[in-house]
Ligand binder design. Structure first.
Ligand code: F0G
Length: 457
């Protein structure tokens, strides 16, 4: 059989409200043309994020009932700690309420004025935490990642030559940390190869710089290694993940992604002294070290989710279902980042909306067009999210203008996805009828969440 079916049955359903296209014109206006400000009820297919939006399994829901809510020493914590330790082989495991809480704690201790944090690509909250600490975050992406049309197996790889040159030029003492994001979310959900993780590890080790993995999508990354990297085809996902983590000194994790949890995260590391400092900060911001901002039931759901995400039937379906969208788009020659990544499809908005100048935000234009056309919500990953202003006030754009359609785990079926592909096809056909936007309000940091826009003209 060629059809790869969803490896689950649906036991509980949530109704979808079908807004009309006339309603959506008004809804978008009320939301100041920022998809983050649209009420979820008014979205038909919500591909804003794969974070915290997974469907939990019946096992996870059973775990929710089993959750031990003791303030200290909860049984759920020990079950959580055991599985994280099995996956990472790291002895110090600290629960947090989500990924950015882990980042905040780690970077408060390791960032600081005059320091650098180097990465393949820092996710936006990671970058914000780096900058908030006073440090500067710099991405060294491999060259093939800049061309959306180039098919390469590991476009999430870090450019190790650029990494080494930078360390030599600025001095290793100024580099507080290297963070490898697997998969590389902001760059297209592209995986990082084991060889690259190993190389980055060797460089970090030579200069005494700690290497952390941003592990949000570690299992998807491991599956790509199994599929694409010579020598890994017969290894189990847990063997691959253990090897990946063996090269790192620690990791930050958002359990809202590859743990199928609606909330949660953790920090794991090998350095006991650093862990002690992290726990001291944890106590004042998150909670006692055996719950760290989570209920016992959340820890239980994460522990079960972490086992489920490593099942190969699931990962095969997951990666294949993202590829499936790409194949649908190929029929209309719609530009997107190739190959398809692990958790999302990234439309190339610069080419899709090539009549909209960059300073009028083609990515936002495409996002809003998808919403107007079919009630599909995606997220702009381009000049709204990462744009900066030069001294003369001009917009400095990131290398790519993308629209990410992130697929929540185990939530939508093939017919939902067929519908999304039809919506994209229709917007592409009428693309010239959509105009760009001007910003009318923006906050000083992470502006994409709350900025307000108005259509040009
Ligand atoms: N790192 C990566 C690679 C992420 O994708 C995210 C979140 C975080 C860290 C922060 O984790 O949300 O639990 O605080 N990404 C979400 C997304 C928000 O939509 O991609 P968090």
């Amino acid at each position: 059989m060629n059809t790869i079916i969803e490896p689950f049955r649906i036991k509980s359903v949530e109704p979808i409200y079908f807004s009309s296209s006339d309603e959506r014109i008004d809804i978008l206006k009320q939301a100041y043309y920022n998809p983050f400000l649209i009420k979820a009820r008014d979205v038909i297919i919500d591909l804003l994020t794969d974070s915290g939006t997974s469907a939990m399994s019946s096992e996870q829901w059973s775990g929710v009932m089993r959750g031990d809510e003791s303030y200290a020493g909860s049984e759920s914590f020990f079950r959580f700690e055991k599985i994280v330790n099995e996956i990472t082989d790291m002895p110090f495991i600290i629960p947090t309420h989500q990924g950015r809480a882990s980042e905040k704690i780690l970077l408060s201790l390791m960032g600081g004025d005059g320091k650098y944090v180097l990465s393949n690509t820092l996710f936006d909250t990671t970058r914000a935490n780096v900058e908030f600490s006073g440090a500067e975050g710099i991405d060294f992406r491999c060259t093939e990642s800049n061309d959306p049309d180039v098919w390469a197996p590991f476009k999430g790889n870090m450019d190790t030559t650029a990494l080494q040159t930078f360390i030599e030029e600025r001095g290793p003492e100024r580099i507080s940390l290297v963070i490898l994001t697997v998969t590389d979310n902001s760059g297209g959900g592209q995986p990082v190869s084991m060889a690259n993780i190993k190389d980055v590890h060797s460089i970090c080790k030579a200069y005494g710089i700690p290497l952390f993995i941003d592990a949000c999508r570690f299992a998807e990354n491991a599956y790509f290694i199994k599929l694409r990297e010579p020598g890994y085809g017969t290894k189990s996902i847990s063997q691959i993940t253990r090897e990946m983590f063996s090269y790192a000194d620690g990791c930050t994790m958002s359990a809202k992604k590859d743990a199928f949890a609606n909330i949660g995260g953790f920090l794991a590391m090998r350095d006991g002294k650093l862990a002690e400092k992290c726990r001291n900060l944890l106590i004042i911001t998150e909670g006692f070290p055996t719950y760290g901002g989570l209920a016992g039931r959340d820890l239980e759901a994460i522990a079960i989710g972490l086992r489920e995400v490593m099942e190969e039937d699931y990962l095969k379906y997951r990666i294949r279902s993202i590829q499936y969208i790409g194949e649908k788009l190929d029929v209309f020659s719609i530009p997107y980042v190739k190959p398809t990544g692990g958790h999302a499809i990234y439309l190339d908005a610069r080419r899709f909306m090539d009549h909209v100048p960059i300073h009028q935000y083609p990515g936002l234009c495409l996002c809003n067009a998808l919403y107007l056309e079919g009630g599909v919500r995606g997220v702009e990953i381009g000049s709204v999210m990462f744009g900066k202003y030069a001294a003369d006030g001009g917009l400095v754009s990131p290398p790519m203008e993308l629209v990410r359609l992130a697929i929540p785990r185990r939530v939508y079926t093939q017919s939902h996805i067929d519908y999304v592909a039809e919506v994209i096809g229709e917007v592409y056909r009428r693309r010239r009828s959509f105009a760009g936007y001007n910003i009318i309000y923006e906050p000083p940091m992470l502006r994409h969440f709350t900025a307000r826009f108005e259509p040009v003209g």
